[in-house]
Write a protein that binds this ligand. Structure first.
Ligand SMILES: [Zn+2]
Ligand SMILES: [Zn+2]
Length: 175
């Protein structure tokens, strides 16, 4: 979805309001495509504050399908996005890139709604999601999902960090 900014930026003080469905079945974040399960209409208010300074406000809500960091099961995650950005088109592209905020979702001709949404999603993106707090994950040996089954693998040995801790404890015992 692309919104033309040409007319808006030709008149100081002009405002345009938009409300439209988000027609995305999936959204790509850092190379992975996540299915969009539900979304509310995108609302946008674009204000030309004068002298080629554009303010973008609005928001949307969407539900994406992520996967559990431990067992890889699908996990539904809701995002409540709020936009409030200001872009000064008097700055060169390089100068805008130097600013903390990424403004690649717009140039003087167009606002790219999908990029704006992706940008906002990145801000809120969880470090990791779990299907439940006590997800038991997947057996590192046989790949069994340990939430639904048990396996006979010997998991007492594998982790070298645990072995190091055991060493420390056995030293204490010797003292
Ligand atoms: Zn899980
Ligand atoms: Zn196993």
């Amino acid at each position: 979805m692309e919104i033309s900014l040409v007319k808006l930026l030709s008149r100081d003080g002009a405002t345009e309001t938009y409300r439209f469905p988000l027609e995305l079945t999936e959204i790509e974040i850092s190379g992975t495509a996540y299915p969009v399960l539900e979304s509310q209409p995108v609302e946008l208010v674009l204000t030309h504050e004068g002298n080629h300074v554009l303010r973008i406000t609005g928001g949307t809500k969407l539900k994406l399908e992520l996967s559990c960091a431990r067992c890889l099961c699908p996990v539904e995650k809701e995002f409540d996005l709020t936009f409030d950005r200001k872009i000064d088109f008097n700055l060169s592209e390089e100068e805008r890139e130097d600013l903390e905020e990424d403004s690649s979702f717009a140039d003087k001709e167009s606002l790219y709604v999908e990029l704006l949404i992706r940008n906002e999603l990145l801000v809120q993106w969880p470090i990791r999601v779990l299907c439940k707090d006590d997800c038991k994950g997947i057996c590192s040996r046989c790949g069994a999902n340990l939430n639904v089954q048990t396996c006979d693998c010997d998991t007492a040995v594998p982790d070298p960090r645990m072995a190091a801790i055991r060493d420390i404890f056995s030293k204490f015992k010797e003292v």
